[in-house]
Ligand binder design. Structure first.
Ligand SMILES: [Zn+2]
Length: 165
């Protein structure tokens, strides 16, 4: 596994343990070259999913991208990472269980809203306001991309909503 900090492939697993619900293995890794520490998750994938964007374009479903959008909505909220992992896994499991390998991007947005509603009110409002503002004008995938693009900057989801192309 390549180090996300320095790009070295000289990394080692320090610790492996299953998540609380035993659906994932979490591995703590350390880079021998820069000392950077990071965590990877190993999980079951039942089905290859394709996202159908509003434009009709098809892209492979990307769990990490979904996770980034969720994390932006949850920025600075007191929610344990394990719960967020479980929520995202639950969404992915539901998508896989729909029996279709093609999923509309809008369907994913609805599931995320539903799940956030149960997890954190503030994150739900953030996500829902962005989602609803954009659904008329733009493809939801474009929104997810923009949200992901603001990661690490000091931008809130609603600021992203206000931004025009
Ligand atoms: Zn490194």
């Amino acid at each position: 596994m390549r180090c996300p900090y320095c790009g070295s492939t000289n990394t080692q697993v320090k610790d492996s343990r299953p998540s609380e619900d035993n659906t994932t293995i979490r591995r703590r890794r350390v880079c021998a070259d820069c000392g950077g520490r990071f965590t990877t998750f190993e999980r079951v994938q039942l089905r290859e999913l394709t996202v159908i964007k509003r434009s009709g374009r098809r892209i492979p479903f990307d769990r990490d991208k979904l996770m980034r959008s969720v994390q932006i909505a949850l920025r600075k909220r007191p929610v344990e990472p394990e719960r967020v992992e479980r929520m995202v896994s639950g969404i992915v499991r539901r998508l896989e269980n729909m029996g279709e390998s093609d999923i509309k991007s809008e369907t994913i947005g609805h599931l995320v809203m539903e799940a956030l509603k149960g997890l954190d009110d503030v994150a739900y409002v953030r996500f829902a306001s962005v989602y609803k503002n954009f659904r008329e004008a733009k493809d939801f995938e474009a929104l997810l991309g923009e949200l992901a693009g603001t990661e690490g900057e000091n931008a809130e989801a609603d600021e992203a909503a206000a931004a025009e192309d």
